[in-house]
Design a protein around this ligand. Structure first.
Ligand code: NDP
Length: 330
């Protein structure tokens, strides 16, 4: 059996281009004892993958040139020589960016979507996206009912979960996004929305939160972080989840010019990587499944069809091409 896979052909400088990627075809071996052969159905493309295209030490190792890239994937077992796995089983793995693979079943998770939940939800609302949003907000945001939360990247995968969890926790929520259509959608979730392309984000945030914000869930960095520092109330908590505005910078950029507010306003600013909260996964899954069953959470997906489109789907993350979770259907 053959499989096509995306490789990193060269390390991008600035915004990646198609020539940085290479589509290769490989022969898959037959599974050995303890291995499974899986056909991927859905792939995740995520902003953090941009960091893995740079050759530097990080929490996730750099992609190697000329080798298949990695990423979240949901696939179907085609052939199994591993105990506990049978053809037809659905599995969640990190063997993304490819059509099919053969590998040890250890390290792969079998999933059993409850009725009404699509398998690809395990790449989004019930996967690392949901865990990132829930754990970041509840563990680091220290939310209290009635407080005001500002979340940037509000119409994206993590941001739209943060916004809705904020509402469930009785927070006043302000979410930013990059288009009028995304802001209209955010308002249907019961949150205030600001379009950062409509002008100065600080001015818009101060108008939306005249009494200031208690929690900032940062997905963007840059001018959004500057605005949040300006609007922060004393003892605000800044949950530093990501700074996508900087992922394609070719040189380090200066930080916010008003960072000194951290002192005077006694702000607690903490970054995190979702793996830190892996031990909370069962609690998260039970909580999120409950919210989904009660219809309290909406999870949009932007599905791009075909493995060949995976790089375009990935690049789309940096120009707002997605509402909710960006997913590639193989
Ligand atoms: P999203 O679904 O939010 O997709 C990215 C979105 O970011 C785009 O849709 C776009 O929306 C917005 N965006 C892109 N460039 C800019 C920019 N220059 N300024 C403002 N907005 C921009 O991705 P995820 O939900 O997967 O990730 C969101 C953030 O969370 C990222 O920073 C990511 O790195 C981080 N993350 C961190 C994790 C952790 O463990 N710490 C785990 C998972 C994600 P728009 O149209 O609004 O511009």
């Amino acid at each position: 059996m053959q499989s096509r896979e995306w490789r990193l052909a060269r390390r991008p400088v600035g915004m990646p281009v198609m020539a940085d990627f290479e589509l290769a075809t490989v022969d898959l071996p037959a599974p050995a004892e303890g291995e499974i052969r899986v056909a991927n159905r859905f792939l995740s493309v995520d902003p953090y993958m941009r960091g893995r295209m740079i050759d530097r030490p990080s929490y996730a190792p750099p992609f190697r040139l000329g080798e298949a890239m990695q990423g979240g994937a949901i696939g179907e077992v085609i052939e199994s020589r591993a105990e506990g796995f049978a053809p037809g089983d659905l599995v969640s793995s990190l063997w993304g960016w490819r059509e099919a693979w053969v590998a040890p079943a250890a390290g792969v998770r079998r999933i059993n979507p409850p009725s009404g939940i699509a398998p690809q939800a395990y790449l989004g609302v019930l996967g690392l996206t949901g865990l990132t949003a829930w754990s970041g907000l509840t563990q680091l945001g220290s939310p209290k009912a009635g407080e005001t939360l500002f979340v940037s990247g509000g119409a994206g995968a993590v941001g739209s979960m943060v916004a809705q969890i904020g509402r469930i926790l009785d927070l006043e929520v302000i979410a930013s996004a990059g288009s009028a259509a995304k802001c209209d959608w955010l308002r249907t979730l019961g949150v205030q929305a600001i379009n950062y392309r409509d002008g100065d984000i600080t001015r818009q945030l101060l108008a939306a939160a005249p009494k200031g914000i208690d929690i900032y869930f940062d997905n963007v960095g840059g001018d959004h972080l500057q605005a949040a520092l300006e609007a922060a109330r004393p003892f605000a908590r800044f949950v530093e989840c990501g700074m996508i505005a900087h992922y394609n910078d070719s040189a380090p950029q200066p930080g916010p010019s008003n960072l000194m507010y951290v002192v005077g306003k006694q702000i607690r600013m903490e970054g995190f990587i979702v793996s830190r909260f892996a031990a909370l996964e069962d609690e998260f899954t039970a909580t999120m499944t409950g919210w989904l069953t009660k219809g309290l959470i909406r999870h949009e997906e932007t599905i791009v069809d075909g493995l060949a489109q995976a790089p375009e789907a990935f690049l789309g993350l940096f120009c707002g091409g997605n509402l909710g979770k960006m997913i590639v259907r193989v």
